[in-house]
Every structure is written in structure tokens, then in C-alpha cells.
Design a protein around this ligand. Sequence first.
Ligand SMILES: NC(=O)c1ccc[n+]([C@@H]2O[C@H](COP(=O)([O-])OP(=O)(O)OC[C@H]3O[C@@H](n4cnc5c(N)ncnc54)[C@H](O)[C@@H]3O)[C@@H](O)[C@H]2O)c1
Length: 283
Amino acid sequence: MKVTEMKKIVLTGAAGRLGSHLRVPLLKLADQLVSSDIVDNFGKLYPAETYVQADLASLEQMETLLKDADMVVHFGAFGDEGPFETILGPNIVGAYNIWEAARRNGVRRVVYASSIHAVGMHKKTNFIGTDAPHRPDTFYGLAKCFAEDLASLYWDKCGVESVCMRILSAAQVGNPRAVGSWLSYDDLAHLVERAIDTPVTGFTVIYGVSNNDRAPVDNSKAQFLGYRPRDNAESHAKSIFAEAGPQDAQDPGNMCHGGPFATVPLGNSGLAQLNVVDDSKTH
Ligand SMILES: NC(=O)c1ccc[n+]([C@@H]2O[C@H](COP(=O)([O-])OP(=O)(O)OC[C@H]3O[C@@H](n4cnc5c(N)ncnc54)[C@H](O)[C@@H]3O)[C@@H](O)[C@H]2O)c1
């Protein structure tokens, strides 16, 4: 049931893989969806959707983008590990610009695509909760830590609410890690809907993971959001483990929450190790 009436929601990163799966669910929650990204050609729009091309690294453009918005769903980013200079603009300056633009415009809440990579160096044998200390595995994860702390600061000092969703892996289940870490697109949409529609959130952290038997994280302190994922990657377990063969327990990529991001040298792609299939939703 929809509790909160929204006139306008802004979605950043709308041309991205996850953003593409959120447009239709978000259109159900607001009178108007403003989809934003840096790409030139966004393609066909849905009724009640507009597109604004804007650069996260520009405060001026973010301030204009968030005008009259009730909430912003912030998924725009460089979505992989990369050199610090690559991460700095979209992910770090961009995060500041989103929260500052939200404050200036009186936007009530930022629903943020954080990541497991903010805590990626914790061991998977440690069933971490939403209050686990930051332990980034990459510059990419470090930027997520910065954005979460920004969210905390803007709640404490400025009253801007945030829900930081530490997504584990919203990609097809293709490796042993994903049997625990998978977040289905339906569960992602449900999580974002709960993050928007919960009347009061203050500053909240929640893990974005499906109802996997082997989910390695604990969302009990964020139960009040009512996030109840339905999908479960266990059906893939037998074939995935058979295909992968024995796993090296000394490899931090197997032992740590961040998977391959825990082993790549700083500045080197983690996604390159994962063969992520681009199953973006087309209109
Ligand atoms: N895919 C996952 O499993 C996963 C896991 C954890 C967190 N996340 C986070 O979710 C979000 C979306 O991830 P995705 O997999 O859809 O990535 P993606 O790369 O497909 O989408 C990111 C989008 O951000 C846009 N963007 C990049 N730089 C920009 C800039 N300067 N200004 C405006 N837009 C810019 C890109 O054009 C792209 O469309 C990211 O914040 C990512 O860190 C994703």
C-alpha cells in the first residue's frame, strides 16, 4: 500500500543497468518521474517521465535537477573500481552535490545506491550487520563510505533523510559468491519502494540482498523498513558450485564480502573479473 503521496521523484543513473529496471516501479510511486543521466541519447520516455541530461559533478546542474523534488533516488556513479581521479567527480563530488542540492531544495530524502564494497574487506564468516564499521575494499568502496557519512551528516545537521542501500550484487547469478550476494531486480524495486514509502527513516543503512539461504549479511536493525525480499539464489547453488570446483580459502576474493574487489589492486577494475551480463531493461 502506498503511504506517501509523491509529486516528483528524481532518478539519477537512469540510463544505467539498475536505473533501467527502476523507471517503471518509480513511475507507480509519483505523479512525475525525472530521469537523469549524463548520456546524450536516453531513448523513449514513458508517460509522466522526462529526461534531464546532467553531470553529477556539477553542483549547479544538480541544484536545478532537484528543484521541487520530493525525493531523489541516487544511482548515478562510476560503477566499478577505477583510478581515484575517475571516482572523484561522479562518486565523491557527485555525492556531495546530491546531498547539498537536496538540502538547498528542501528535498526530503535521498535513497542511495551504496554498496557492499563500503564494508568489503570484512570476512564473510563474520555475519555483518548494518552497523558494521566501514572497511572499504577499493577507491570505489571508499567513495560509498564517504557518501554514507555524508548522508549521516546531512541528517544530523540539516534534517535531510537518507536510506543507504548497500547493494551486494544485482546481476545474474553466475559465480559462487552470487549464491549469497544476489539481489534480483524485483527485490531491488521492492527495496527502493520501501525506502521511499516508509514514513520516517532518518539516516538508515540496509543491505540490498535477496532472500538467499546463504545471504552473508544481517538486516535485522533495518526491519522497520518492511523490506521482505522474495527471491532466493539457492536454486542455482548446485550447478554453480559443481562448475566452479574447489575454492581457495586463502583467497580474499572468496573470503571477503567484496569478492574480487577485495583482491584487485587499487584503481583496477573489479567488474572485469565478474563477466556481468548487461541485461538492462529496454523500453
Ligand atoms: N550493479 C550492482 O550490483 C551494484 C552493486 C552495488 C552498488 N551499485 C550501485 O548502483 C548504482 C547503479 O549501478 P549500475 O550497475 O546500474 O551501474 P551503471 O554503470 O550501469 O549505471 C550508472 C549510471 O551513472 C551514470 N553516470 C556516470 N557518471 C555520471 C556523471 N558524471 N553524471 C551523471 N551520470 C553519470 C552512467 O552514465 C550510468 O548510466 C551505482 O551507484 C553503483 O555503484 C550497483
